[in-house]
Design a protein around this ligand. Sequence first.
Ligand code: C2E
Ligand code: CA
Ligand code: CA
Ligand code: CA
Length: 286
Amino acid sequence: EADTALYRAKEAGRSAVHLYDEDLRNSALRRLELESHLRGAAGRGELSLVYQPIVTLDDGRPVGVEALCRWNSPVLGSVPPDRFIQVAEDSGLIDEIGDFVLAEATRQIARWQAGGLLPPRFAVTINVSPIMLRAGLAAQVRDAVELAGVPAERLAIELTERLLISPTTEVSDELGQLRAAGHTLMLDDFGTGYSSLSSLARLPVDVVKVDRGFVAAMGSDRRAEGVVQAVLRLAQTLGMVAVAEGVETGEQAQRLLDLGCDRAQGWFYGRPVPPAEIETLLRAHG
Ligand code: C2E
Ligand code: CA
Ligand code: CA
Ligand code: CA
């Protein structure tokens, strides 16, 4: 087959079609390679969590952190989550990763709590894949929280807007259970296009996160600013707290404050960092 392909390539020259085939084949191979190294990564200690502060916009006080997964592969080096989460979701490895994230985040809450470092209402947020939600997330979260011995209020859960494409009764039920247990539910990447107003109003979500794409475009693009404004107004109407993601400059922060946004997250306030650096931050504010 390779010979035929080579022959065809020689014959046709470096045609666009051939290049396309090759790209496709290479990317399929890369995904397979990634997948094979990702399998068992949690058990080998290759995964870790970094934490990024979420602050109030008016006074910059940290009100929580978002836990973000990192993979350091001995073979592939450090691989960003944008490259491995999708592969994990497609291959079923997301359960393994999700288990790790849940266990590690709850253990970290327990450590910070034992050190007396957590201000009242300070929460650690984890990202969960829609696949995990369908597989009985509420029970899994309950077990992890119990095992670590932390109050449910300390663990918040971010769901992607993709979930709202078709919010089944199962999904609503899982979310209802999580919320009843005391977890704050946050809708991630809000404004990126999938959710309808009615599904947002129906789901038991407490916080919406304005996608960083809109925040980035705000200064230069009137329409992006319009979207931010509309999302903030919608959040307010529905009684939800709004968090702006990807805030990189003081100007963005000021504009968001003027538009009535409650909270922010981004490099302007702090990059995702290992737990020890969050401890320093908490001590400085405690
Ligand atoms: P996300 O949930 O939207 O997370 C925010 C991303 O924006 C993070 O990228 C963060 O490092 C980055 N970020 C934060 N502030 C700024 C800023 O000011 N400027 C810019 N340019 N970027 C900023 P990261 O850590 O690479 O994660 C990428 C995505 O991977 C996440 O997007 C999330 O969808 C997914 N992900 C990460 N960790 C997990 C996890 O534990 N579980 C699941 N299911 N998904 C995860
Ligand atoms: Ca997130
Ligand atoms: Ca996001
Ligand atoms: Ca995102």
